[in-house]
Structure formats: C-alpha cells, structure tokens
Design a protein around this ligand. Structure first.
Ligand code: C5P
Length: 218
C-alpha cells in the first residue's frame, strides 16, 4: 500500500483548471482523485497528464454493471497505471470478482451505500434500515476479494474488524457551510482507522494550497 494517506479530489471540468492546481501539489505528499466529471470531460489524456507529473491516481468511476461488462471496463482501467478504482458493492459477488480478476496491480474499492441515501431511501429500496443494509454490504465485502471500501467517516467505528483498505471522504478540519454534513476532522478519521482520506474543496479552493495540504497530512 502507498505510504501517502491524503487523496486530493480534482472536481474540475477541464485540464486547464487541473494544471493550475497541480502546480501547488506535491506527488510525494498526495494522491489525486479523478471522478466522472473530469474523466468524461478530458478522457485518458488527463490520466496521462497526472502520471507524467509523477502523481498516483485514484480513478473514481463507481462501476456497476453485469460482471462481463465490468470485467472489460476494469481491463481498460488496468492499462492506465491507476493505483485504485471504484465499483459498487451492490453489483454483487460475481461482479466484484469479475472486477478483481481484471485489475492487475490496480486496487479495487467497493462503494457501500451512497451517503446521499437516508433511512427512507433504504427502506423503500431494500426494505431495510440504513445500518442493516450497510452491514449487509460490508459482509459481502468481507467475503469477497475486494481490496477495500469507500465509506463515510461516521461508519468507521463499525469497521474496526474489516481488514481491508478504508477510504474516507467527508473530511473537514474547519467548519464550512457546504454540502458535507456528516464530517470528521482528518486526525479523527486517521485515528478511527482511515487508510486514506479524500479532501476536495478545503484544499483546492484554499487561498494557500500548500498550507492547506499540511493541515490534512497525518
Ligand atoms: O470537496 P469535498 O472535500 O467535499 O470533496 C469530497 C470528494 O469526495 C468529492 O469528489 C465527492 O464526490 C467525494 N465523495 C463524497 N462523499 C461520498 C463519496 C464521495 O464527498 N460519500
């Protein structure tokens, strides 16, 4: 596993904005997350740009499809020199193994329940409480060969016996009025077992990006 623990989310729509930001970032200190927006806007060229600058990449596309389709998609991702990539655990055991079998050196992370879902949603969708549905997916992750999971900081407490990589967004070291609600500080998240934390706007929109990075390192 990488010794770096900070993942900076590049939630931008073009490579010009990315190029400006990465001038302030150090590949020795952080990994970069490319999500759907940036990947759809720039395609493979953005991955090449970041790799050429020496960064490791977390490609967060949250794949969820039939096993054969996911297997073929991960086969493509595995050629891009990607450290970690995401699938939905809800795709089931066969889909998870199909992803793993094509992954090569790329780590496969399973997204549990999206934090945008609440108690009403899980009751309507699965006839289950949020916590029970979450633990069902964690049991699936445990019995599969998936390398790790993505979860909210609030869920770390129930995952102490999960011996897999834990990647945690929703981190705030100072209170903000944005859309992140169930937040935790970086030090609390590391202390509760996060292997990696994902931080976007508190770093990418900071007046002093280099100083902001220091606040989120272990
Ligand atoms: O700017 P901010 O720190 O909120 O960015 C967090 C990143 O983590 C974003 O790219 C967001 O899409 C992602 N994320 C999240 N909550 C989740 C899963 C992913 O905020 N439950």
């Amino acid at each position: 596993m990488s010794t770096k623990k900070l993942i900076v989310a590049l939630d931008f729509s073009n490579s010009e904005e990315v190029s400006q930001i990465i001038n302030f970032l150090n590949p020795e200190k952080c990994i970069l997350k490319v999500g759907l927006q940036l990947y759809l806007a720039e395609g493979k060229s953005i991955l090449d740009l970041l790799t050429n600058k020496g960064f490791e990449i977390f490609l967060d596309l949250k794949l969820h499809d039939i096993p054969n389709t996911v297997n073929k998609a991960v086969e493509e991702i595995a050629q891009f020199n990607i450290l970690m990539t995401t699938i939905h655990l809800q795709g089931g055991a066969e889909m998870i193994e199909a992803a793993k079998s094509a992954a090569g050196n790329t780590k496969i992370l399973g997204v549990s329940l999206l934090t945008s879902l609440d108690e009403n949603d899980t009751s309507e969708l699965y006839g289950n409480s949020f916590d029970d549905q979450f633990m069902k997916l964690i049991t699936l992750a445990k019995s599969s060969s998936v390398d790790g999971i993505v979860c909210s900081p609030k869920e770390l407490i129930s995952l102490h016996d999960l011996n897999k990589i834990k990647v945690v967004p929703g981190i705030r070291n100072t209170q903000t009025n944005d859309d992140q609600k169930r937040t935790m500080t970086s030090q609390e998240a590391y202390a509760q077992g996060a292997d990696y934390i994902v931080v976007g706007r508190p770093i990418t929109q900071a007046n002093n990006i280099e100083a902001a990075i220091e606040e989120y390192l272990v």
